[in-house]
Write a new protein. Structure first.
Length: 204
């Protein structure tokens, strides 16, 4: 005979599963809140530091030269836009191949790193903090023409990327269509003409 303490009911582990699931989601929510707070504090610190610091680095390189400001802006805007976009395109194209996920992840990280100069310039152009306004004044005096040239370079790089991406996509589509046509068996031709009636027997 079995005692009542030995009797097991079906599904007796359901409360334990619910409790473990609740603990898991609680820990995830707490971790997410902590990460969000850390990111927000980091953003506030960087927003008060990056625009002014980056404007000073650009000013030290340009030295108030209008021509140098334009060429520096064009080069930085074009390179720091084209390289991240093409790296992301590479990540998309190779993600399904052998070793593709690892290479795609590395390409995405490199793309983010290559885009940092343009992102720091955006903190000056689009920012509303005191540091951003100070960065704008520094660029106006010591790096004239840099911001407009950087925008032109970024637009030119984006147009080039779209053209190359369109050509690659069209090439892959044509190759896929050709392979599909080769693999499909040839369908027998069906005549659309009505069948001819057999000759009627002659009466003698």
């Amino acid at each position: 005979m079995t005692t009542p303490s030995e009797v097991t009911t079906p599904g007796g582990d359901v409360p334990e599963r619910k409790h473990s699931s609740f603990v898991t989601w609680r820990n995830r929510i707490i971790a997410g809140v902590i990460v969000a707070v850390v990111l927000w504090v980091s953003y506030l610190i960087l927003a008060a530091f990056i625009p002014r610091w980056w404007a000073q680095r650009i000013a030290e390189n340009v030295h108030g030269s209008f021509a140098k400001g334009i060429w520096s802006g064009l080069a930085m805007g074009a390179v720091c836009t084209a390289v991240p976009l093409f790296l992301l395109l590479l990540a998309v194209l190779i993600r399904g191949k052998r070793g593709g996920p690892f290479i795609a992840g590395a390409a995405a990280v490199l793309a983010l790193a290559a885009a940092i100069p343009n992102l720091m310039t955006l903190t000056i152009v689009l920012g509303n903090s005191n540091a951003a306004h100070a960065g704008e004044r520094i660029l106006d005096v010591d790096a004239p023409g840099f911001r407009g040239a950087a925008l032109v370079g970024a637009i030119a790089a984006a147009v080039l990327f779209l053209l190359v991406a369109f050509l690659l996509v069209r090439r892959r589509f044509r190759r896929h269509r050709a392979e599909k046509q080769r693999t499909e068996p040839e369908k027998p031709r069906v005549s659309t003409e009505p069948p001819m009636n057999p000759a009627e027997p002659r009466e003698y």
